[in-house]
Design a protein around this ligand. Structure first.
Ligand SMILES: NC(=O)c1ccc[n+]([C@@H]2O[C@H](COP(=O)([O-])OP(=O)(O)OC[C@H]3O[C@@H](n4cnc5c(N)ncnc54)[C@H](O)[C@@H]3O)[C@@H](O)[C@H]2O)c1
Length: 462
């Protein structure tokens, strides 16, 4: 298990999740290896590469930049961050010639930048993404797209006004596994969808967002005031800067950090636009380190019937003090089967019901008189053929992307196709808000202790 975890870390996914390995969990299943998309025949030369800048070179800025470069046809020309150590480290990694700055506006002013990755804390996403599009840059914005609902409509408006490409960074929707799951779902592989159950348990301080803080953090080595942006002014606090997820002023709690991935995946697979009612509850149970967000959150989201899917309910639960050791499971459940999603794999289990309902065992039959029991059996045998009584149990099938596969690279390829060929991207601003909105509503539900009505079409709380 340790080795498997290490391999996933190497593939750049598992620092973020403890996704189950579907093959290990279903050893008897048939395995279908998913083929990577064929590489496009075009090779880009030095003069027609996309020139990228990364704004926010923290943990995910590195993951994103690596995948952005391995997607091909792009080069990194600039990096912006507020902590000098990260700018120095970017030069160590990408070369002394790299342009670095604490001020993202200097990046946007550069004519040699075509597109930016926005990998800052959540409260900066909307502002930087909009400024970037207004400066003529395409944007890959990390999830959740926004920190406040109103910002989401502004981002959509700016994208439409400028015509720039905006891709939101819940990269799992570009995974080979999710594309195959969507195809199977649309073919009716699980029958009629009725529930989604997604749980994520973590059991470590890093999992609970207590990331390392460098010993040289000071008002001189990092720009704390700029980090605060429009958030309330507070004195210098390295913990707030490096562990911003723990504070509502900068982050979006468990829903914005984690539910958003689950919701994005489910919307992609099912074509859902969003729930109509959201009720969430949460508490700070264990990690009482000054944070003002819960470490356990449960949410029920009620999805109404649409042309794309029947009505279903989604249950989401994240627990940062999960003494079972943690783990993750996302199950899309229908009347005839289930798709259990991993990160770049999933298992399809099918159990169609036999036509005949059966009798006996834990049933009312034995409470009937003998005469009634005999009459019942006679009637039953006349009504159902032998075939009607057989429950078919198709074998479980695990669908698996190749080892080392990086869905984030495919997400960047999709972004680049939007820029170069004008293709529509898989996670545009509207998709981004339809995933982020229910997460923000979920926080609202936790903190105001009430049910939230959500208009998924208009993307508004009502
Ligand atoms: N897609 C994914 O799988 C995934 C995973 C983790 C995080 N994320 C998202 O990525 C974003 C960053 O998360 P992280 O874990 O890398 O955080 P992080 O704290 O490691 O990095 C954020 C960086 O942004 C910099 N920064 C802050 N404000 C800035 C500003 N105004 N201008 C320039 N730089 C600024 C900070 O100095 C820091 O280095 C978050 O929105 C998070 O939700 C996405």
């Amino acid at each position: 298990m340790k080795r498997r975890n290490f391999l996933r870390k190497a593939a750049g996914v598992s620092a973020l999740v403890a996704a189950p390995d579907m093959l290990a969990a279903h050893p008897g299943a048939r395995v279908i290896h998913l083929e990577p998309h064929p590489e496009p025949p075009v090779k880009y030369g030095a003069n027609d590469k996309l020139r990228l800048a990364c704004i926010g070179m923290g943990i995910i800025g590195h993951y994103d930049t690596r995948s952005a470069l391995s997607a091909g046809g792009a080069e990194l020309v600039a990096v912006c961050d507020l902590y000098d150590g990260r700018l120095a480290q970017a030069k160590e990694k990408f070369g002394k010639g790299l342009f670095t700055t604490r001020d993202y506006r200097e990046v946007l002013a550069r004519p040699d930048v075509d597109a930016v990755i926005v990998a800052t804390p959540d409260h900066w996403h909307a502002r930087i993404s909009q400024d970037a599009m207004l400066a003529g840059k395409h944007v890959y914005c990390e999830k959740p797209m926004v920190h406040q609902l109103a910002e989401g409509h502004e981002v959509i408006g700016t994208q439409q006004k400028t015509g720039k490409v905006l891709q939101v960074g819940s990269q799992r929707v570009s995974s080979l596994a999710f594309q195959k799951a969507k195809e199977l779902y649309q073919q009716g592989a699980i029958g009629q969808l009725n529930a989604v159950v997604a749980t994520m348990g973590r059991h470590s301080s890093l999992g609970a967002w207590q990331y390392s803080i460098p010993s040289d953090a000071s008002p001189q080595t990092l720009d704390f005031d700029r980090f605060l942006g429009n958030a309330p002014k507070v004195p210098f606090d390295a913990t707030r800067f490096f562990r911003w997820r723990n504070y509502r002023d900068y982050g979006t709690g468990i829903p914005g950090d984690l539910f958003v991935h689950l919701i994005s995946g489910v919307h992609f697979v099912t074509g859902a636009l969003g729930p109509s009612r959201i009720f969430s509850a949460g508490g700070l149970t264990y990690w009482k380190d000054g944070r003002d967000v819960p470490d356990v959150v449960v949410s029920v989201m009620d999805y109404p019937q649409t042309a794309q899917h029947p009505a279903f309910q989604m249950l989401l639960q994240v627990n940062f003090a999960d003494g079972s050791g943690g783990g993750e499971s996302t199950r899309i459940i229908g009347s005839e089967g289930v798709i259990e999603l991993g990160w770049n794999d999933f298992v399809l289990k099918r159990s169609p019901l036999p036509k005949a309902p059966g009798f006996g065992g834990y049933d009312s039959l034995f409470t009937f008189t003998q005469v009634q029991q005999d009459a019942f059996k006679q009637q039953y045998n006349a009504k159902y053929t032998e075939a009607d009584r057989q429950a078919t149990k198709p074998e479980d099938v695990v669908f698996k992307a190749p080892p080392g596969y990086d869905e984030r690279t495919d997400h960047f390829k999709n972004f680049y196709a939007g820029i170069r060929q004008g293709q529509s991207v898989v996670q545009n601003a509207t998709f981004g808000l339809r995933a982020a909105g229910p997460c923000l509503a979920s926080n609202e539900s936790v903190f105001k202790q009430k049910l939230i009505n959500w208009d998924a079409e208009k993307m508004q709380m009502s």
